[in-house]
Design a protein around this ligand. Sequence first.
Ligand SMILES: Nc1ncnc2c1ncn2[C@@H]1O[C@H](COP(=O)(O)OP(=O)(O)OP(=O)(O)O)[C@@H](O)[C@H]1O
Ligand SMILES: [Mg+2]
Length: 583
Amino acid sequence: MQQLWRALSYFRADWPRVLAGLALLALTTLAGLLKPWPLALIVDSVLGHNPFPESVGRQIGGLPLPTQLALLVGAMVALHLGSALLGAAQNAVVIVTGLRGLSRVRRAVFDWLLRLSLRRLQGAQAGDLIYRATWDTYAFQTLFTQGVFTFLGALASVIAMTVVMWRLNGLLTLVALATVPLLLLVMQAFGGRMGRRAGEAQSADAGIATTVQQLVTNLQLIQSFTREAKEAEHFERQSQNSFAARWGQHRAEVLYLSTVSAVFALGTAAIIWFGSKQVISGSLSIGQLLVFLAYLTQLYDPLNQLSHVGSTVTNARAGTHRVLELLQEGSTMKDGNRSVVRGVDTGLEFDRVAFGYTKERPVLHEVSFRVGAGEAVALIGPSGAGKTTLLQFIPRFLDPDGGTVRLGGTDLREFSLHSLRENVALVLQEPLLLPTSIAENIGYGRPNATRAQIEAAARAANAHSYIENLPQGYDTVVGDGAARLSVGEKQRLNLARAFLKDAPILLLDEPTSALDAESEALVLVSLRELMRGRTTVMVAHRLGTLRTVNRIISLQDGRVAESGTAEELLASAGYYAKVSGGQ
Ligand SMILES: Nc1ncnc2c1ncn2[C@@H]1O[C@H](COP(=O)(O)OP(=O)(O)OP(=O)(O)O)[C@@H](O)[C@H]1O
Ligand SMILES: [Mg+2]
């Protein structure tokens, strides 16, 4: 129930539309209620001999018969037209409001994804997230249009018609109402099963989305190790899961709807039986029986809808649950409110930082070191030592489990994420590019950069000459056939992006690892220029790169093993001396 309210809260902002929809609903119900009456009057008072009831006015009886007929037929047409128009207007309002709510939910999911912490993202399956954001969000619309409006409309019709029927004939009304408890029993019996099956079906489909997404991203790996058959087998299993879950869902639905139809058939039969007997005995006029039968067919629809609402809402709830589950999880990164002051908040300090991606396997134990304002420090250490992990703390992609990371003496957690990240330029070990033009990729961190600034950054990263040779130069779209870039070319684009960002803190994770000696030498000249006056932490192994920094910190088994200038480390005969010996 609480989940239901939470799901519907996305429609609260549209309350004027909701009210308009409700008003139209009330009018439509009223029109439906009046529809069979002109025919009843024709039968009883125009063709038959009953006087016109007070409510329509006795004086109609004084008019000539053709006029009476014309008036009533006209009323009939007007009522049918009016109720059709009102129904259409109501539908339009409800559909628009439903779609607006859908957009709002999708926006909320997208915002949630934007704030997602790296740790949460690494544990997530992209296909599943995509499925939830695109398909499961439809459930909110369904819940609103069918769960709320169809339900309210059907309920209003049932209540209004029951009241009128009761005033016409108590016995027949009781017979009609006898179907309601039966219906409730049927809903009770099938509701839970249908809900579970719907949930299973949605999970199974999300599994398919995940498998396809993994296939698309890893196709080359799969093909190079000729694992196609195995992957097909895996997909087949997923596909069968989905089949079983969907078939189970539809089986339950079909069974449910058939049972409901049987209950209605029983009810209709009973009413025709008792009603005809009353007409024969003369206790019911033919016109009233016509109204009654008309209401009965009109009642069948809303009751039928009410019985569907159960299954629709349980289906939709499975979807809204999968979306709300994400949104309620929240963003694990707590935001601070302090702004980074340029020129003041510059020195970095790691104070007994401890961290593990999982509890069982700590990666960092008690890492402590300082990087003075404007100082450049290199992190070295064997693969898996935790160098990349250490860098992730500075823009707060991760928070340490123990200890503190400070910037200018202030715990990083006190800064706003936005301000902190604005002041950090990061070049990742695996270069990331967006599927837009080269110029936009370089200018990503500075959207108002001029073309001249972008070119200067590209020159500094030794990327200008190869970009010039691309078919459309800086306007070439990355990833298009002609613009498949090599790893080294991508790396230089990432460097150019960092050059352009002009942030006081510079984090570089093996920024030149994919470059040949000549390109590296050129990039290092610019890098040295860039690092001047900026606090720099760089993961690097090559001697040439290490010569650009003031100090080297060597990480071993999650601890700082050595720290000092290149000469000092050489003298101490530790890790650095060992690895640099060969170069
Ligand atoms: N997302 C993750 N989830 C779980 N474990 C991780 C994750 N990322 C890294 N690790 C583990 O943490 C340890 C440190 O990884 P990290 O990437 O920091 O190493 P590194 O020093 O940068 O290595 P390399 O020189 O190979 O880049 C490794 O043992 C790695 O397996
Ligand atoms: Mg690394």
